[in-house]
Write a protein that binds this ligand. Sequence first.
Ligand SMILES: Nc1ncnc2c1ncn2[C@@H]1O[C@H](COP(=O)(O)OP(=O)(O)OP(=O)(O)O)[C@@H](O)[C@H]1O
Ligand SMILES: [Mg+2]
Length: 254
Amino acid sequence: MNARPDAAIVLQDLHKAFGRQKVMDGLNLEVPRGKITVIIGRSGEGKSCLLKTMIGLMAPDRGKVLVEGMDMFELSGRDQNELRKRFGMLFQNAALFDSMNVFDNVAFPLREHTDLGEDEIRDKVLDKLAKVGLKDVEHKMPSELSGGMRKRVGLARALMLDPEIILYDEPTTGLDPILTDSIDNLILETQKIFGLTTVVVSHDIPSTLKMADKIAMLHQGRILEEGPPQAFRASKDPWIQSFLQGKADKDFIG
Ligand SMILES: Nc1ncnc2c1ncn2[C@@H]1O[C@H](COP(=O)(O)OP(=O)(O)OP(=O)(O)O)[C@@H](O)[C@H]1O
Ligand SMILES: [Mg+2]
């Protein structure tokens, strides 16, 4: 199979099972460079596994993950780490370091990967926190934050190194409508300004239809359908129609 040259990430014939449970079963997907791809599907279908596989944190049993033409799981550990630095990721549970305050969590990638001085780090951290709508929280510990605030701290941290590719695992689940809208706009803006290759896992139908250049629906270990939002609206597939009709709570969140 020849991948399109405008694909930043190419997944080829991925297989993955946990015991007898298959989460990927011959999965193929191309993620276009500089565009927003939204992955949808029911709870437990393997969306989070798919993101972790793209960024090299979860090895498939079989198949290839090509990132800008490089075979993620054929690289040496060091090269794999280098490649991973080109990604930012917001994990589904935000994955903050519980023993560090908000400031240190968001500053972590800068301290780890750059030689910036503390003043510059401070400016950047406060700027990113402001962008995600957080003020005066930098001294709080993660346990003192609401779920939505943790998510926004995770988002600020994911954006810290200005990555080329960014993966968001349910960035707005659990947020109120106003915050959802502002996070959606932030995702759209960062994608536009920096031309980021963006992958979002979402249960939110209006957000998905608003922001996606491409939607890919994961079902039974494969991409059941992919295309622009208009093609999804026109699809006759019952799974897709039930997703679009907002049966998300019952059928999709599980
Ligand atoms: N490390 C693991 N070990 C065993 N099973 C796992 C592991 N990670 C995921 N799974 C299983 O793989 C399946 C897919 O999980 P995943 O978290 O990718 O689903 P999801 O589509 O992200 O669901 P949700 O919408 O609820 O977040 C689930 O049944 C899960 O229990
Ligand atoms: Mg998930």
